[in-house]
Design a protein. Structure first.
Length: 307
């Protein structure tokens, strides 16, 4: 016997909460309205750039019902972790939890312990396989499989301070509408506090440029920030297209040049990858110059559209 729950290609994959949620709700009929309502504003937390919704994303997604379980509960009620997984999948529930992916060869992680949030969405009892999803293989979000033995070891070899809990998640269809007023408030916050407060702690690009300089002094960069900002620009462009098509934007107000912002953000990511290979510090100067250009261009476009 085998069973796989529905998995969609996620819209955003930078961090597991984004990718896992979109994987689960992607086939829900109004999920794009939720996508367009959110992922406008950014925040800085723990020296990292996130979408503003990051801390409460799972709890605020209206399609998801989440039951939080402990390892003690599982140990008391099931004779093995694998049997627990099978019962959850049979009940139509996904599992989101921390696993030591070094125990899973298909995850392509290091041989050293690697604790990471993982989505479990299916099993095959006859072949003794469990189906999982995460940012495997150089950070690309993918689905793969592991054996019953591998998943059991990955579950058992966890590190307490990396423990995110065990989330048993069911997905329910609901009606969900695009909220123009909410989006406009988020857009105002993004323009006023994330783009326009130059040299202020809330200004994303001043923070990011300073972080790039600090990290490059150690001959490295935090590549996640580059992926996040590229994802943000793609989200913004998709949202603008949706708003124009549905009459929320004056069609006389053009934003064709926003595609340049998206393309420049991808160039920034490629520059960062090149730097990590070459350690050529001239590339850092080009990245910072590009960041400043993106900020000024994006602010000009959004002010043209919304002010």
């Amino acid at each position: 016997m085998s069973k796989k729950l529905s998995i969609s290609t996620p819209y955003i994959t930078t961090y597991p909460p984004y990718a896992n949620i979109f994987s689960m709700i992607g086939s829900c009929k109004d999920s794009m309205n939720w996508f367009y309502n959110n992922f406008v504003d950014l925040k800085i937390e723990d020296d990292t750039i996130f979408f503003a919704e990051h801390p409460t994303l799972f709890g605020s997604c209206p399609w998801l019902s989440i039951e939080k379980l402990t390892r003690e509960q599982i140990q008391l009620e099931w004779d093995s972790f694998v049997h627990f997984v099978i019962d959850c999948i049979d009940a139509g529930c996904y599992l989101d939890l921390t696993l030591d992916q070094s125990q899973i060869p298909n995850a392509k992680r290091t041989k050293s312990p690697f604790f990471h949030e993982t989505l479990i969405f299916g099993y095959n009892r006859s072949q003794e396989l469990i189906y999982i999803a995460d940012n495997f293989r150089r950070g690309a979000y993918q689905t793969t499989e592991c054996t019953f033995l591998e998943i059991s070891r990955a579950y058992a070899h966890f590190k307490p301070d990396s423990y995110l809990g065990i989330n048993k998640i069911s997905v329910t269809e609901i009606d969900y509408n695009f909220d123009l007023e909410f989006v406009m408030k988020s857009m105002s916050s993004y323009m006023n506090y994330r783009l326009n407060c130059i040299h202020d702690a809330s200004d994303v690009y001043s923070f990011w440029n300073n972080k790039i300089i600090r990290y490059s002094e150690r001959n490295t960069l935090d590549i996640r920030d580059f992926h996040l900002l590229w994802s943000h620009k793609k989200c913004m462009l998709d949202r603008l297209d949706y708003m124009r098509e549905n009459g929320h934007l004056d069609k006389e107000r053009k934003y064709d040049d926003y595609i340049e912002i998206v393309n420049q953000s991808l160039i920034q990511l490629n520059f960062a990858l090149k730097y990590l290979v070459t350690k050529d510090h001239k590339i850092v100067d080009r990245i910072i110059c590009g960041n400043n250009q993106i900020r000024s261009k994006e602010l000009a476009i959004l002010e043209r559209l919304f002010k």
